[in-house]
Structures are given as C-alpha cells and as structure tokens.
Design a protein around this ligand. Structure first.
Ligand SMILES: NC(=O)c1ccc[n+]([C@@H]2O[C@H](COP(=O)([O-])OP(=O)(O)OC[C@H]3O[C@@H](n4cnc5c(N)ncnc54)[C@H](OP(=O)(O)O)[C@@H]3O)[C@@H](O)[C@H]2O)c1
Length: 340
C-alpha cells in the first residue's frame, strides 16, 4: 500500500516512520517548499508545490499534517480535490472540519478525523457510539496544553515554567511566544475549532468555528486563573438545559439545534460530574450523562506518538479496509452483471 504525507513536521515525520514500520510505501511528501520523495536514505525535492496533486494521485491514502495558520481553508483545499478523486485523507488538522464541514460532509466516509480532537484517545469515535436520544449532557476536556499547564499549577509548579515546558514538549500551538498569547491561542483558536469539530462530527448539528464569538483572557483574568488553579479547568459543555449562573472565566457560549454549548475556565467543583471528568497532565477526557447513566473516557490529548499511533494509523487501517471491501463488492457486482 502507498501513502502520501502533506506536512512533514512532528506529526508528519512520526506518521512516515510508523507507516514504513508497517510495510507501507510513502512515495510522496508535500511540504510548503515543494513536493519531495524518498531517494535512498534521503528525502529529495522532485517538484514545485503547485504540482502536488499530480504526484499524490498515485497513492492509496493521504495523511494531512499541516498546522492551521488560517481558518482551515488551506487544509480544505488539500482535502477536497483528493476525496473528489477518490483518495481518502486522514487528517490531524482541525480547521477544515471546524469551518468547512458543510462542504466536506458528502465525503465524510473518505475522511479520517480521529486525530483532530483528543490526540490519541479516539474520543470522537467513543462519543459517537455512546450518544443516544437520552443524552442530556456532554462535558469535554479537549485541550491537552491547558490541562497540562493547570494540572502542573495545581501540583505547585510555577506558571512560566509550565508554559515553557508545554512549548518545549511540542504541546502548544506553534507561533506564539508570550505566556498570555500561548493561553489565548489555545483558548481562542484551538478550542472553538475543536468544539465545532465535535459538534459537527458527532451529529449535534452544525457550527462554524469562525461564527463562535470568544472572550479573550485578560492579564488580570490570567492572574485570577493561576491563583485559582486548584479549582479551574478549561471545560467544554454541550447540554440540553441552559445554565445561566455557571462560574466561568473567558470562553464562549452558543446555541444550536436544541443544544447549549458553553466553554471556558470553569470551576471544577461547580458541577459534581466534573469530578469524574478532569484527567491529569496533557490528557483529554469526555463524559456523557443521561437517562442511560454516566460514562467517561480519557486518553493522551497531544504528542506525536499517541496522535499517530492511537488515531491516524487506526484511521488509515479502518479506511483502507473499508475501501478494499468496497472494491471487492464492486468487482462482485461487475462479475454478476457480466454473467447475466
Ligand atoms: N503535535 C501534536 O501533538 C498534535 C496532536 C494532534 C493534532 N495536531 C495537529 O496536527 C497538525 C500538525 O502538527 P505538528 O505538530 O506536526 O506541526 P508542525 O511540527 O509545525 O508541522 C507542520 C508542518 O507542516 C508544514 N506545512 C505548513 N504549511 C504547509 C502547506 N501549506 N503545505 C504543506 N506543508 C505545510 C510545515 O513545514 P514546512 O513549512 O517546512 O513545509 C511543518 O513542518 C496541526 O494541525 C496540529 O494542530 C498536532
């Protein structure tokens, strides 16, 4: 089997190694500087970026591992021609599904999205299987970086030290230096996109991340959040009953399709269900509550190895199996037609 990789940073290189380990060939790699291909022990440029589609047409599946430097349009413009040409895409980029979901919806069976939310924990799959008409509340911790920082603070570490460590370990989104900007990048860019992916993919309805109005965390609010680190975590809630008096700093609120969405640094002791939700370190978690009971699951929320091994490789294997079954079924239909 042959795979192409678009974006060759932390996730892209990890995906390359894991695919090679499993006996896949990776004949095409697309970077912002052009199209590359392995030649012996080296990876050499073979063409300019504008020719990427011509080269990547020969693969069975594509891993999309680029950052969201815009609203997801660049990723969408990679995904659309691929799926339109029958080439499935497994993506770790969340802007395309957060902002262009309606345009990609028809090709969802050709898109692997597990790595867009929840790192390696496959939280979306778990949630889709668990949701029922009796579900009343869903609560999520889906930003590993913020959970990592606030968990560290709760254990007596210093704020600057935790932000520095999150950046060094590659948990924080690239492109920010000041600690407050790191927090706001996660809270105002990453979280609305992940929330809209959850909402769209799990069938709650449709929200575009760019339509969500987010409150930035101010310097004074950050001081308060650091002081109250033992009780604060960034929690996203999707609930049936509106909650007006929640104790929350920053974040956003919106309403769609009979569901109320609220997010921000919430008081983890405000809702007893939150006690079953909050995971340690960089982990992510989801809790679902309704007439059927309360269920929760957790998993590593970031990091190249869990994201690639726990989510992307599994998506690639699942989609490849389905494509193979589809091909077999098509062959059977063709043979039967010929025989008749
Ligand atoms: N790191 C994690 O733990 C993690 C976990 C889950 C999801 N994700 C998501 O996965 C994606 C990749 O993350 P990462 O950590 O691998 O980021 P990264 O280390 O910054 O790598 C991204 C790579 O994409 C390349 N790139 C940028 N624009 C491109 C374009 N238009 N076409 C082709 N290549 C392009 C960049 O390299 P050049 O410009 O040199 O080509 C860069 O090496 C992000 O969307 C991130 O949010 C990351």
């Amino acid at each position: 089997m042959k795979a192409g990789i678009i974006g060759f940073g932390r996730i892209g290189t990890e995906l390359y190694d894991r695919l090679i380990e499993r006996g896949w060939r990776v004949p095409v790699i697309v970077r912002s500087s052009g199209v590359y291909a392995p030649r012996g022990d080296e990876i050499r440029q073979i063409d300019k970026l504008s020719s990427w589609l011509r080269h990547i047409r020969e693969v069975d599946i594509v891993g999309l591992c680029i950052p969201t430097l815009d609203d997801g349009k660049i990723a969408y413009e990679y995904i659309k021609p691929l799926v339109k040409n029958g080439i499935p895409v497994v993506t770790s980029e969340k802007g395309a599904l957060g902002n262009y979901f309606l345009k990609l919806k028809v090709w969802l069976d050709k898109i692997g999205y597990s790595a867009t939310v929840g790192g390696g924990g496959r939280l979306l799959d778990w949630l889709i299987r668990r949701l029922s008409p009796w579900t009343r509340e869903v609560h999520l911790i889906i930003n590993g970086t913020l959970n990592f920082i606030w968990d560290g603070l709760d254990r007596g570490r210093a704020f600057d030290e935790m932000v520095g460590e999150a950046k060094k370990l590659g948990y924080a989104e690239p492109g920010t230096e000041r600690a407050l900007d790191v927090i706001n990048m996660e809270a105002c860019k990453d979280l609305p996109m992940k929330t809209s992916v959850v909402f769209n993919i799990c069938g709650f309805g449709e929200i575009r991340a760019k339509d969500i109005k987010v409150k930035e965390i101010t310097k004074d609010e950050l001081k308060k959040l650091v002081r109250e680190s033992a009780s604060r975590r960034y929690i996203v809630s999707i609930v049936k009953e509106k909650e007006d008096n929640e104790d929350v700093v920053g974040g956003f609120k919106c309403e769609r399709n009979g569901w109320y969405v609220s997010a921000g640094f919430k008081n983890r002791y405000y809702n007893p269900l939150f006690r079953q939700l909050v995971p340690p370190g960089v982990n992510n978690a989801v809790l679902i509550h309704g007439l059927e009971g309360t269920y929760a699951t957790t998993g590593p929320g970031a990091g190249p190895t869990p994201t690639v091994m726990g989510s992307m490789i599994k998506d690639i294997e699942n989609i490849s199996r389905n494509e193979e079954l589809l091909r077999l079924a098509e062959n059977v239909v063709t043979s039967v037609r010929k025989a008749l």
